[in-house]
Design a protein around this ligand. Structure first.
Ligand code: SF4
Ligand code: SF4
Length: 454
């Protein structure tokens, strides 16, 4: 296992810690977006991105943060250095594509775009890690990354596994049958009907999340279907440079949803939501034809429209469960969803939210992004553990800030809204902090009553 190192290391370069004022939005960009893959040439090696890079803060390798990587890319472009494919592989894939570096870069380099573009180039040149090649091949053959048969995609709700999910799936099958037979026109479909896109990981591995989502939606009285023939959204492929296969899947999913006239698609998977919100929207030139909502957006909106709130069954209002919220990168920097999850938490009686230091735009990635969990498991686990440390530190800070009011406050649960964050953080918690439970927000909501306001 990679040795765990202190994150309070003193580095050379600017004191970036705590100084997150540089922001590309404040700057006039001297190049056009067409030139963006050449953006790394503008890197001035200021080092602002070093402190925010969680990978660098574990490995301390100069190649592992944006500025250092840019320096190597410049040398490679000038043919000053030659690397073997394995070193190149490390260079382009040991990055979570979390986007924290892009937020702090004072010259406005779109690091995410640069590093994604280099992944595409590396893959096109035959440099692809074996594990990712297997994922790619599985998605090509099975339309999911787990080498599972497509016919088993909705096994999670069959039989008595999740009745609410089964009903929604049956409703979806019936809707497609009616549209395909001409019995129903897409324009006549109930405009309030929403479709729940499950995503591969919740469909094949984390059934607890797809089931919890369906139970919560059902308890709220939402008119929804499970899309019977959905396929992988292509997220992993887009983020690992296998764009051609990802684009085929994207076209398939768009056509599938459009053909039944559904007006809104909801997601519990932050990765699928981000892929639809970015790649799908861009591909259709901002004309997807249906609205996209993450459940953390849909649920509070629906609750306000229908006048209800939630009551947590396991703790009373007077003794609430104290949680902190980990912003998933795919909800935060990728799709700018910051306030709605917090609004949702505020609607739950019996839950109290207290914030960590690094949240929202400057959240620290859980460690799972960009394929790092699959390729560099030890790094992902160490990064997740440092996020758990922050959860605990968050309470220490509160003790200092609020003195007596918070003396007895303790971290009780770390809550997120992304299956990958939950898995990676739970894995680290089981190893290093078994007393700190990690939940997805849906698992909290599943244990709530819907309380109608008279
Ligand atoms: S990528 Fe931006 S923040 Fe990082 S070293 Fe280069 S100029 Fe500085
Ligand atoms: S995207 Fe995240 S992991 Fe990658 S270099 Fe930037 S800060 Fe580091």
């Amino acid at each position: 296992m990679t040795e765990k190192k202190s994150k309070n290391v003193i580095t050379t370069g600017p004191p970036a810690a705590g100084i997150y004022s540089p922001n590309q939005q404040n700057l006039i960009r001297p190049i056009t977006t067409e030139d963006v893959t050449q953006d790394y040439l503008r890197c001035v090696n200021c080092g602002y991105c070093r402190d925010v890079c969680r990978v660098y803060n574990i490995t301390f390798s100069e190649r592992d943060y944006a500025g250092g990587r840019n320096r190597v890319l410049k040398s490679l472009a000038k043919k000053e250095v030659l690397f073997n494919p394995l070193t190149i592989q490390d260079l382009v894939f040991k990055c979570m594509l979390c986007g924290a570096c892009r937020e702090v870069c004072p010259v406005g380099i779109d690091t995410l775009h640069v590093f994604r573009s280099f992944r595409v180039r590396a893959v096109n040149a035959g440099v692809i890690p074996e594990k990712l090649a297997k994922v790619r091949d599985s998605i090509i053959e099975f339309a999911n990354p787990f080498m599972e048969e497509g016919t088993h995609r909705h096994d999670w709700c069959q039989g008595n596994a999740c009745n609410e999910g089964y009903v929604a799936w049956e409703k979806g099958v019936e809707l497609y049958r009616k549209i395909e037979s001409g019995e129903l026109k897409p324009k006549d479909v109930d405009p309030n009907l929403v479709a729940y896109f499950i995503g591969c990981t919740s469909a094949y591995r984390n059934n607890e999340l797809s089931s919890a989502t369906c139970r919560v939606l059902d308890a709220m009285g939402v008119n929804f279907i499970v899309i019977p023939e959905e396929k992988c959204c292509g997220s992993v492929l887009f983020r690992t440079g296998v764009d051609d296969v990802a684009t085929k899947l994207m076209k398939y999913n768009i056509d599938l949803i459009r053909k039944v006239g559904i007006k809104e698609v909801i997601f519990s998977c932050a990765g699928c939501f981000s892929t639809f919100s970015n790649e799908y929207v861009e591909y259709t030139n901002n004309n997807l034809g249906f609205k996209l909502s993450h459940v953390t957006q849909f649920i509070p909106r629906f609750a306000k429209e229908h006048n209800f709130y939630f009551k947590y069954n396991l703790r009373p209002k007077e003794d609430p469960l104290i949680i902190t919220f980990h912003d998933p990168c795919h909800l935060a920097r990728y799709t700018n969803v910051y306030e709605e999850p917090r609004e949702l938490i505020s609607m739950i009686e019996g839950i109290r939210l207290v914030e960590m230091q690094y949240i929202k735009k400057m959240n620290h990635c859980c460690g799972a992004g960009g394929g790092v969990r699959a390729l560099y498991g030890d790094i992902a686990t160490n990064i997740a553990d440092s996020r758990l440390d922050e959860t605990v530190e968050c309470w220490d800070q509160i003790n200092e800030d609020r003195l007596l009011e918070a003396v007895e406050t303790k971290a009780e649960s770390l809550v997120s809204a992304c299956v990958f964050c939950k898995n990676n953080l739970s894995n680290a918690a089981s190893q290093f902090k078994p007393d700190l439970p990690v939940h997805d927000i849906l698992q909290i909501l599943e244990n709530c009553k819907v309380v109608r306001i008279a």
